[in-house]
Design a protein around this ligand. Structure first.
Ligand code: NAP
Length: 290
C-alpha cells in the first residue's frame, strides 16, 4: 500500500484507476484532482476517492505518488503547475499513450529528487469521462513502464506493484521502442479507422444512409475505434509523429502492393497476404489478448 496517491485527470483512465485503487485498498488516502469542477462533482458523487479537488497544485503537496491521467499534450502544463509543490522524493508517473515526448516535456520541469516512472496501460475504450471508468479495465492487460536511467529501482518497484495490484501485467521497455510498437498496434489502426469513417462521412447522403444500415459487414468495428476522444488522439499523433510517419510509410507501400494485386487480378498474392494475417489473430487469441 502507498500512503497517499494523487490522480490528476479523472477521465476514463483516471477514474478506472481510482475505482481499482479503492477496491483493492492500494492507497491509504486517494486524492482525485481535475481542473473541471463538474468532473470533480461527478467524482465526489461516485465516491471513488477520499478527497476530490480542482486545485491541482495543492492536491500533490503530501502525495507519495502522483499519477497523471491527462491527454499527452496536457502533461507539460500540468507538471509546470504541480512541480514546485511535489513532496521531496515523490514518485511522478503517468498513463500517456506516447512515452518519449512526455519524458522530454516533464523531465526538465522536475527537481532531481523526483522519481519519474513513465507508464502506459494497454487498456481502454472509446469512451471518456469519469462515468465511463470501471475497475476491471486493467485486468490481465499489459502496463508498459519506460523508466529513465536515473530512476531508482525502488520507484520502479512501487509503480510495478501498483499496476500489478490493479490486475495488470507489467513490462519494462525503452520509451522510443514503446512508441514504435504502439505506433503499429494502436496509433496506425486509429488513424485508419478515422480515415475510413471520415471517407464514409463525406459520401453523398443516400449512400451514407446505406453505409450505416449495412455497417455490420466491417464498417461498424471501425466506427467504434473512430468514436475515440479527439483531443486524446490529436495529441497522440502530434507527439508520436516520427514513429507514426515511419509506420504509415510502410503501410502505404503494402496498400499499394494490394492495390496492384487487385488490378492485376493476382489472386495468389491476395490469398497469401490474407492467410498470413490470419495467423496474427490466432496468436492474439492464444495469448488471451482478444
Ligand atoms: P479522458 O477521459 O478524456 O480524461 C482526461 C482528463 O484530463 C479529463 O478530465 C480532462 O478534463 C483532463 N484534462 C485535459 N486537459 C487538461 C489540462 N490541460 N489540465 C488538467 N486536466 C486536463 O482521457 P483518458 O482516456 O482517461 O486518457 C487519459 C490519458 O491516458 C491520456 O494521456 C491517454 O493518452 C492515456 N490512455 C488512454 C487510453 C484510452 O483508451 N482512452 C488508454 C491508455 C492510455 P477536461 O474534460 O476539462 O478536458
Amino acid at each position: 500500500m502507498i500512503e497517499k496517491i494523487t490522480i490528476i485527470g479523472m477521465g476514463l483512465i483516471g477514474s478506472s484507476l481510482a475505482r481499482n485503487i479503492k477496491q483493492h485498498k492500494l492507497a491509504g488516502t486517494l486524492i482525485a484532482a481535475d481542473r473541471d469542477e463538474a468532473v470533480c462533482e461527478k467524482v465526489a458523487e461516485l465516491g471513488i476517492a477520499d478527497i476530490v479537488t480542482d486545485d491541482l497544485a495543492r492536491s500533490v503537496e503530501e502525495a507519495d505518488m502522483v499519477i497523471l491521467c491527462v491527454p499527452v499534450g496536457a502533461m507539460r502544463p500540468v507538471v509546470e503547475l504541480i512541480a514546485p509543490h511535489l513532496k521531496d522524493g515523490a514518485i511522478l508517473t503517468d498513463t500517456g499513450s506516447v512515452k518519449e515526448s512526455v519524458i522530454k516535456a516533464i523531465k526538465p520541469l522536475c527537481r532531481s529528487d523526483i522519481e519519474i516512472v513513465p507508464a502506459h496501460p494497454i487498456a481502454g475504450t472509446e469512451f471518456s469521462g469519469p462515468e465511463s471508468g470501471f475497475a476491471e479495465l486493467f485486468d490481465g492487460r499489459w502496463c508498459i513502464l519506460t523508466p529513465l536511467p536515473e530512476t531508482s529501482i525502488r520507484a520502479v518497484e512501487k509503480v510495478t506493484q501498483l499496476w500489478e495490484g490493479c490486475g495488470s501485467i507489467v513490462e519494462i521497455m525503452d520509451a522510443k521502442h514503446h512508441d514504435l510498437v504502439l505506433g503499429v498496434t494502436s496509433h496506425l489502426p486509429h488513424l485508419i479507422a478515422y480515415t475510413i469513417v471520415g471517407t464514409a462521412n463525406d459520401l453523398e447522403d443516400d449512400i451514407k444512409s446505406e453505409v450505416v444500415k449495412y455497417s455490420a459487414s466491417g464498417f461498424r468495428d471501425f466506427t467504434r475505434i473512430a468514436a475515440s476522444d479527439p483531443t486524446m488522439w490529436r495529441d497522440v499523433f502530434l507527439h508520436n509523429k516520427d514513429a507514426v510517419l515511419e509506420i504509415l510509410q510502410r503501410f502505404t507501400e503494402d496498400l499499394t502492393a494490394l492495390q496492384r494485386a487487385i488490378r492485376k487480378e493476382d489472386g495468389d498474392y491476395l490469398y497469401q497476404r490474407f492467410d498470413e494475417t490470419r495467423a496474427i489473430r490466432q496468436e492474439i487469441i492464444d495469448q488471451g489478448q482478444d
